[in-house]
Design a protein around this ligand. Structure first.
Ligand SMILES: [Fe+2]
Length: 155
């Protein structure tokens, strides 16, 4: 998932740290239900790129999602099936809306764990393979001590 493969392999060899964890509520994956989970992204970087989640489309593309951030500082990267890309800020108290047909990945750009709550239709489903294959048009990296949004050279 990380752009710098060499740095990622180096990190795997030297301790393989936990990047993020998702605590899912036990809800049936069916229409009418609301799936929900809490995600914790730990602080860190692989090369210059901040720790991130894998990112996914919903298998049922016409379903949306809401993130509510409790703690930390982050970015939400989204890409639509039409090829539009957007990057939104996440901070304590922020609520971010992911419309239908937009994939989503979150990035911790702060120095403490970033914690947010997610709510989505029970029948949304998760497609991780598409993002695993093509990544996002934008990378969130540290540049001269600042958080920078740069183009992904692989896209
Ligand atoms: Fe989702």
């Amino acid at each position: 998932m990380f752009y710098d493969r060499e740095a990622a392999e180096e990190m795997e060899k030297s301790g393989n740290p936990l990047v993020y964890e998702v605590i899912y509520a036990d809800v049936p994956e069916e229409s009418g239900q609301l799936g929900h989970c809490t995600t914790i992204i730990h602080p860190g970087k692989v090369g210059r790129e901040y720790f991130l989640t894998k990112g996914h489309y919903h298998e049922n593309l016409g379903t949306a999602e809401i993130y509510f951030c409790f703690k930390g500082k982050g970015k939400l990267i989204m890409e639509s099936t039409a090829g539009e890309c957007a990057v939104l800020d996440m901070f304590p108290g922020s609520s971010t809306y992911i419309p239908p047909f937009w994939s989503h990945r979150t990035v911790n750009v702060g120095e403490e764990p970033m914690v947010f709550f997610c709510i989505f239709p029970g029948d949304a489903g998760h497609d991780y393979a598409t993002i695993e294959e093509k990544g996002y048009p934008k990378l969130i990296v540290e540049e001269n001590g600042q958080v920078a949004i740069v183009d992904n050279p692989n896209r």
